[in-house]
Design a protein around this ligand. Structure first.
Ligand code: NAP
Ligand code: HSE
Length: 435
């Protein structure tokens, strides 16, 4: 076997960059023994060279000038782990144009520009890989686009954001407040630089867009995916969910319905018996239904330094293998296998949990049920909490409603809140439709 060395320029040395550096130091020999290719990190771009870092690397590797990597003819592979859309997108494109292979963990970039960057990589005969962009350490993109690629998928549903899953798990299982759980997730390195991307569902929308391209061959831009975050979820909702036999999870879901594709990112009540209900803390899972394989679920750590490094270094291993065999084909297609038989059709119908606060007096339940009925909305389950002897006149009325579009539900609720005996609609949470 001919010995070769690949020089890597790393853009970023935070949680994922530090983990990647550590993993190459500890496991690089596995790649070398298998491929005969040695991987060496030669330069590292950061914003501030003088900053003290958790992971030790020789000071001479650090630079604040991107050209030391992008215009450096000695660098063969660029690992982009700096995050954000810009300048990351431009740096990736420049690296590709300079005939450097690229590995990125950046879902924002791939969800927005994955197809264009893939085309650019194909034109320049270099490899672009991004396994870490979805599901951290879980090899979901590779599984969907290789071993499972001969299936026609009817559903892909994931818990794809570690930060929100950590927050919801801590609120459910350890009675932690939302704020404390978020701080904890940030300290553990799961959260994005701006955690709004996590808690408002933007990160999950980016990942769902990439999953949809990979599983269904349809391009749905992140901004077109109906999105709702977890900031309105209360401990009261979590308590009612438990009482009804559900766990609340932030779900990223895409479903094929005849010739249309429906999708959304939203908090959803998942039946306790479904495998996704058992996915806790920073763990992620992606559940897919293929017409031959049937149900498949991949589970693992979706965030954090070393699980994410596992995916980045796995991609580097593939590049080393391509060097060893002299091949540079794309291994993860994005929307290149365009599926023209499927059209995107919004979020479709869902079951919903609705918490209404209303006066406890005769006729209220009948009027509300009739109004739901007038909009064609059926009631699956209902619970009225007792007002007891000393509490006020208002009580929570908890409904689980049969499948309806969110627009239709909103119309019905707009009419219901006009009744003087209704104080407010406190929460609306979807109930997951999982086949
Ligand atoms: P991070 O801890 O915030 O680290 C970002 C690094 O990039 C820092 O070293 C920073 O330099 C550098 N950087 C940022 N902007 C820069 C600029 N304009 N010029 C030069 N250097 C710049 O981020 P992270 O958590 O490692 O995430 C990196 C990427 O991986 C993101 O795309 C994220 O979405 C993705 N990802 C993260 C995880 C996770 O668990 N954290 C999992 C999967 C994917 P300084 O150190 O000098 O500030
Ligand atoms: N902020 C992301 C999360 C990192 O919490 O899942 C992994 O993509």
């Amino acid at each position: 076997m001919n010995k070769q060395k690949i020089k890597i320029g790393m853009l970023g040395f935070g949680t994922v960059g530090g983990g990647t550096y550590r993993m190459l130091a500890s496991n690089g020999k596995i790649i070398e023994d298998s491929t005969g290719v040695e991987l060496e990190i030669s330069r590292i771009l950061v914003r501030d060279k003088s900053r003290k870092r958790d992971v030790d690397a020789p000071a001479e590797l650090f630079t604040e000038d991107p050209d030391d990597i992008l215009k450096n003819p000695d660098i063969d592979v660029v690992v982009e782990v700096m995050g954000g859309l810009q300048p990351a997108t431009d740096y990736i494109a420049e690296a590709i144009r300079s005939k450097k292979h690229v590995v990125t963990a950046n879902k924002a970039v791939i969800a927005k520009d994955g197809p264009g960057l893939t085309d650019l990589a194909v034109q320049n005969k270099v490899i672009l890989r991004y396994e870490a962009s979805v599901g951290g350490g879980i090899p979901i993109l590779n599984a969907l686009s290789t071993s499972l690629q001969a299936n026609e998928f009817t559903e892909v549903t994931g818990i794809v954001n570690g930060t929100t899953n950590y927050i919801l798990s801590q609120m459910t299982d350890n009675d932690m407040s939302y704020e404390d759980a978020l701080k904890d997730a940030q300290a553990r390195g799961f959260a994005e630089a701006d955690p709004t991307a996590d808690v408002e569902g933007y990160d999950a929308v980016n990942k769902l867009s990439i999953l949809i391209s990979t599983a269904f061959g349809v391009r749905v831009a992140p901004e077109d995916i109906p999105r709702e975050g977890i900031t309105n979820i209360t401990k009261e909702d979590i308590g009612f969910a438990t009482q009804f036999g559900y766990k609340i999870k932030l779900l990223a879901q895409a479903r094929r319905y005849r010739s249309t594709l429906e999708c959304h990112v939203q908090p959803a009540m998942v039946p306790m018996g479904h495998p996704l209900a058992t996915v806790n803390n920073e763990f992620n899972a992606v559940f897919a239904k293929g017409n031959a394989v049937d149900d498949v679920m991949l589970y693992g750590k979706g965030a954090g330094a070393m699980p994410t490094a596992s995916a980045v270094v796995g991609d580097l291993f593939e590049i080393a293998r391509a060097y060893a065999t002299g091949t540079t084909e794309q291994s993860i297609p994005t929307a290149v296998n365009d599926n023209t038989s499927l059209t995107f059709d919004g979020e479709g119908q869902n079951m919903y949990y609705v918490n209404l606060i209303a006066e406890d007096m005769p006729g209220v339940l009948g009027t509300i049920a009739t109004t739901f009925g007038n909009y064609g909305i059926g009631i699956d389950t209902f619970l009225q909490r007792s007002r007891g002897r000393k509490t006020g006149r208002h009580v929570p009325l908890i409904y689980i409603l049969h499948e309806v579009t969110r627009d239709r539900l909103n119309e019905a609720l707009e009419e219901i809140v006009k009744f003087t005996f209704v104080k407010e609609v406190k929460s609306i949470i979807s109930v997951a439709c999982l086949d």
